[in-house]
Design a protein around this ligand. Sequence first.
Ligand code: NAP
Length: 296
Amino acid sequence: MTRPDALFSRVAYIGCGLINGSLARAMTAAGAVEHQVAFARTQATRDRVRELGIVDSVADAPAAAVRGADLVVIGTPVSAYGDVAAAIAPALQPGAIVTDVGSVKTAVIRAVAPHLPAGVHFVPGHPIAGTEQSGPDAGFADLFQSRWCVLTPSPATDAAAVAMVRRMWEAVGMHVDEMDAEHHDRVLAITSHVPHLIAFSIVGTVTLLEEHLQTEVMKYAAGGFRDFTRIAASDPQMWRDIFLGNKDAVLEMVARATEDLAGLQRLIRHEDGDALIKLITRTREVRQGVIAFEQD
Ligand code: NAP
């Protein structure tokens, strides 16, 4: 179908799970693309993407997917990025834009950039939107609505290519910011990676309790623990890749959080109620800030 207002004539998705599957749906809803093609690693996922009809065609190899595409969106687990970039590089057309949705950015740039031929524009990106679900069935068109997307192009990146990727995310409802990749990784370490790490740790503690205690914890799961279990149900491979791909920033932020936790223990030990009130009053204000930014 010809869409006169489409931003792109052919978009190729490498990986078609929660994020790329949602983006494909949202791009269709926005009328932002004429033809969408997807590749996924397994035949089972490729068949499912075909059945769901979320793209116009499904390719059986990554190079076949990107041939003739003006935009390529890499949306696999981050540890696959290097192999994906090597596989698609020979088939990319001059002037094509390659972007991605990976949750870490310096590791992604290190893995992808060396493979891309001259004349292809790489605009790394991270839509800060998601759920603990995976796979193409989990995707939905509204996932990105009113959320933030961070682009981390290098200063040398073609400005027109960056502008096109920005327009794509805006077309599916996102606010877009640009920053350098190292800064992105430090910010996300504290807003996303360390909170997940704490959830994996606390829920992991429960798995080591005696069996009768484990049952009781699940039975009487109050708000706090229940919310941790939702976060801790996230995809294991994705989170392994995030922790290893953002190792330095995660370790730095965990060290700070550990210090603060020790401080909190001390307040309780010394029964310093006033300091506890002060801290929790401050943390409540952070919640108000999140609500004010409409990110609750
Ligand atoms: P997902 O639902 O598990 O989907 C991953 C997709 O990648 C699947 O289609 C999978 O195909 C495919 N894949 C895996 N290995 C591949 C390979 N070697 N070559 C080609 N395709 C491959 O994952 P997701 O949640 O969409 O996450 C994708 C990316 O988005 C990750 O880099 C993640 O960091 C980022 N991200 C995730 C979230 C979130 O909340 N989930 C939020 C923002 C960004 P098969 O099913 O055939 O294996």
